[in-house]
Ligand binder design. Structure first.
Ligand SMILES: Cc1cc2nc3c(=O)[nH]c(=O)nc-3n(C[C@H](O)[C@H](O)[C@H](O)COP(=O)(O)O)c2cc1C
Length: 304
């Protein structure tokens, strides 16, 4: 096909607008080459400075048109990531961003300093859906000051692109979006999972050992399109749309609502070819409508 699908988002050059969302593609090493040809970028599973075991099973539960997960950000820590995964990423033909996490702004900064300049790491996606231990467990992502402090702590430690992944569990996503833009973010990712709960009536207990979990998948898509749209209207930096994308039409909704690119998460569990199919479907859509490039697609709605 002859549609130019490449796009630059927040300092990262992508060959296509469809990326793999954090936590749904592992560290990328398990995914067959076949499925990588259309990957615009991969965001790695969330990492902390030190190794973490995560929460005990059961960690996932299927729900109508979606799933709940409470993995608890299991991960090998920064040193193992640098040793075992980054060297592989450095040989790949698409960029990898690391999803970074912390219990304090200082810890996010320390993690960034450890990963900055490591070959294979093209940028950072800050997960602000983490409890702030210094503030009694309030989520960074719910408080514009805490969200900005984390963004600044990361920004100070790197010249690589810094994206901030917003939580939907807020009163006004535009307030958080503006706060992190002001703190130096290069792009926003909207959104992370919604907090949900499901009860097993036979066992008389929650289906997840952690009780609550993050809801993802098609069930959240209209909510996610709305929030990504709100975020895009609030800021000048690019917004990456995330939430329930499994087909090209879903991704196109986010793009037309104001997003520059998208990430696909849960759909990959159902269909390992989802990213490639979404990419190809967007290309066909643009071709059928006479667009020569993705950049020509209007990214606003009539009343905007
Ligand atoms: C099993 C699982 C693990 C996830 N782990 C992370 C993570 O480590 N960091 C993060 O920022 N988001 C994480 N997410 C959230 C996804 O990246 C994405 O924002 C969310 O699932 C919504 O997109 P989707 O409906 O396409 O899955 C995870 C989601 C799932 C389902």
């Amino acid at each position: 096909m002859i549609v130019d699908m490449s796009i630059a988002v927040g300092g990262v050059r992508l060959r296509g607008p469809v990326m793999a969302a954090s936590g749904t593609f592992g560290y990328g090493t398990e995914v067959p080459l076949l499925e990588r040809r259309a990957v615009g970028a991969m965001v790695s599973k969330g990492i902390f400075l030190r190794p973490r075991e995560g929460t005990p099973p059961p960690r996932i539960a299927e729900t109508p048109s979606g799933m709940l997960n409470a993995i608890g950000l299991q991960g090998p820590g920064a040193d193992a990531l640098v040793r075992d995964y980054a060297p592989k990423w450095a040989t790949w033909d698409f960029p990898v961003l690391v999803n970074i996490n912390g219990e304090s702004a200082a810890e996010y900064g320390e993690l960034t300093a450890r990963l900055d300049g490591v070959p294979g790491i093209a940028g950072f996606e800050i997960n602000i859906s983490c409890p702030n231990v210094e503030q009694g467990g309030l989520y960074f992502g719910n408080d514009p000051r805490a969200a900005a402090a984390v963004t600044e702590a990361v920004r100070r430690r790197t010249k690589l692109p810094v994206w901030v992944k917003l939580t939907p569990m807020v009163g006004d996503i535009g307030v958080i979006a503006r706060a992190v833009e002001g703190a130096g973010a290069d792009a926003l990712c909207a959104i992370n999972t919604f907090v949900g709960m499901s009860i097993d009536l036979n066992a008389y207990k929650p289906r997840l050992s952690f009780r609550t979990g993050g809801l993802s998948g098609p069930a959240i898509r209209p909510l996610a399109v709305h929030l990504a749209h709100q975020a895009a209207r609030a800021v000048r930096i690019p917004v990456v749309g995330i939430g329930g994308i499994s087909r090209a039409e879903d991704a196109l909704e986010f793009l037309v609502a104001g997003c520059s690119a998208v990430q696909v998460g849960t759909a990959t569990f159902v269909n390992p070819c989802a990213i490639a199919e979404v990419h190809d479907g967007i290309e066909s859509f643009l071709h059928a409508r006479g667009f020569k490039s993705l950049a020509d697609l209007p990214r606003h709605l009539p009343r905007d």
